[in-house]
Design a protein around this ligand. Structure first.
Ligand code: NOJ
Length: 452
């Protein structure tokens, strides 16, 4: 049991603050080819690309599909009042388009009903990276038809679940899935190059606004947001080249998607990549279509990065100086631990004109957890959450309009290219037996949240 008391209480965040925990379909559900589900790009990629550590696949994961009741009870027991999960597109539409899989629809009704029964508010993500493989064959996010495909999927979800679910997230980290999946080839579908990346960005920017519009039209009283991955970008030195490198990386990591959403179009700076993006997509024509008046913006922050000029790296001409080399505290992913930087990111995103409310839709840390005698003593994770939540409270007390916080994540799960090696959960999972063990960080949250 943890004995570290937080230096704040949940009450300090206000009575209406949303305390949630987040998961995602491809990372948690398992049941990848049963109950009518079609293959996702992650099912295909994990099998053929051998790019996932130890050849892991998301096929079984932590079996949320069969264990959702148990996992929702645990969510409740840890004191959370909001549950974020995503809807698997290939579970609803096995071929991406066309025939609807009724069993998939029933599954999400069961999950939502269970949440409501337990008094957990469901927060639904529409796209958390598991594109139907059938659509990737047609070009995936690089294809213009994506807008049509995605609109249909959103319409089905809004019509089916909109009377029960009011809280929506359109896309999860568009920069994450377009850059890793369509430029660097490190995530599914494993594509590389500008010819894939440039249109993928643009279709994601259009889809996030279009998804918002569909929800607004079909779901009465909907509370609609979308999420961005954000990282403070710090130049390695004061020399001009490093400062400029940091500006370029900042555009990509932090500004590329929020600015068109807010109606500013893509950032326009001295950075050739932006001209290419604009020209390739004739983006000036779609400025209005990329805009949507979101009720809140989902900020997802884990770490800051330090960058220096590096002419050998194409496009961005910058590389990051790893936390491990800089000798600063870091997680097992090698991500710097820095609550002050989280505070600055909240400040940066709050400062945008047009951002009405912010919800931290993800934050958390992976460590090399050990299950010893039925206990996972993850003090480092407790310290991480403590530092980041203290920073959030500071931001909130200074007047930033932050409405909620979601810990990533409930149970250890499939961490994309890291497979099952990176454990982010508040609950430990033995992937052989599916046994769940609440980590000390889980108890820490329970103590914090049940004292409300
Ligand atoms: C962001 C992603 O949304 C989530 O899927 C992932 O597991 C976490 N970051 C941790 O890397």
């Amino acid at each position: 049991m943890p004995n570290t008391k937080a230096s704040f209480s949940a009450k300090d965040f206000g009575d209406d603050f949303l305390w949630g925990v987040a998961i995602a379909a491809a990372q948690n559900e398992g049941a990848h080819d049963t109950y009518g589900k079609g293959p996702s790009i992650w099912d295909v990629y994990s099998k053929k690309a051998r790019k996932i550590k130890s050849g892991h696949t998301p096929y079984e994961s932590c079996d949320f599909y069969h264990r959702y009741k148990n996992d929702l009870l645990l969510t409740k027991a840890l004191g959370f009042s909001v549950f974020r999960f995503s809807i698997s597109w290939p579970r609803i539409l096995p071929d991406g388009v066309g025939r609807i899989n009724k069993e998939g629809i029933h599954f999400y009704h069961r999950v939502i009903d269970e949440c409501l029964k337990l008094g957990l508010v469901p927060f639904v993500t529409l796209y958390h990276w598991d594109l139907p493989a059938a659509l990737e064959k047609e070009g995936g996010w690089s294809a213009h038809l994506m807008l049509k495909w995605f609109s249909r999927f959103v319409t089905i979800c809004a019509e089916e679940f909109g009377h029960k679910v009011k809280n929506w997230i359109v896309l999860n980290e568009p920069f994450g899935f377009t850059s890793l999946g369509y430029m660097l080839g490190k995530h599914a579908p494993g594509k590389i190059g500008m010819r894939n990346f440039l249109p993928a960005i643009h279709h994601a920017a259009l889809a996030q606004a279009e998804g918002g519009r569909i929800l607004r039209k079909l779901v009465p009283q909907a509370y609609i947001g979308t999420t961005f991955s954000c990282s403070e970008v710090v130049p390695f030195s004061n020399n001009e080249e490093d400062i400029k490198a940091a500006q370029r990386v900042d555009i990509l990591l932090n500004r590329l998607f929020i600015e068109p959403t807010l109606g500013y179009g893509y950032p326009r700076d001295d950075f050739k990549f932006l001209d290419k993006l604009e020209m390739y997509n004739k983006a000036w024509k779609h400025r209005e279509r990329m805009r949507f008046d979101f009720d809140y913006i989902g900020v997802q922050n884990y770490f800051p990065i330090v960058v220096k000029h590096n002419p050998l790296i194409p496009v961005v001409m910058a590389s990051d100086v790893k936390a491990t080399k800089r000798n600063v505290p870091h997680t097992s992913m090698g991500w710097e631990i820095n609550g002050d930087s989280f505070y600055r990111i909240l400040k940066k995103f709050s400062a945008y004109r047009g951002v009405k409310e912010i919800i931290v839709t993800e934050n958390g840390a992976a460590f090399k957890d050990q299950l010893v005698d039925g206990e996972v003593d993850d003090q480092k994770r407790i310290d991480y959450f403590h530092g980041y939540l203290a920073a959030l409270l500071r931001a909130k007390n200074e007047g930033m309009n932050i409405k909620g916080y979601f810990a990533w994540t409930l149970t250890d799960n499939f961490e994309w290219a890291e497979g099952y090696h990176a454990r982010f959960g508040l609950i430990h999972v033995d992937f052989k037996t599916q046994l769940r063990t609440i980590k000390n960080s889980g108890y820490w949250f329970r103590d914090l949240l049940t004292s409300r």
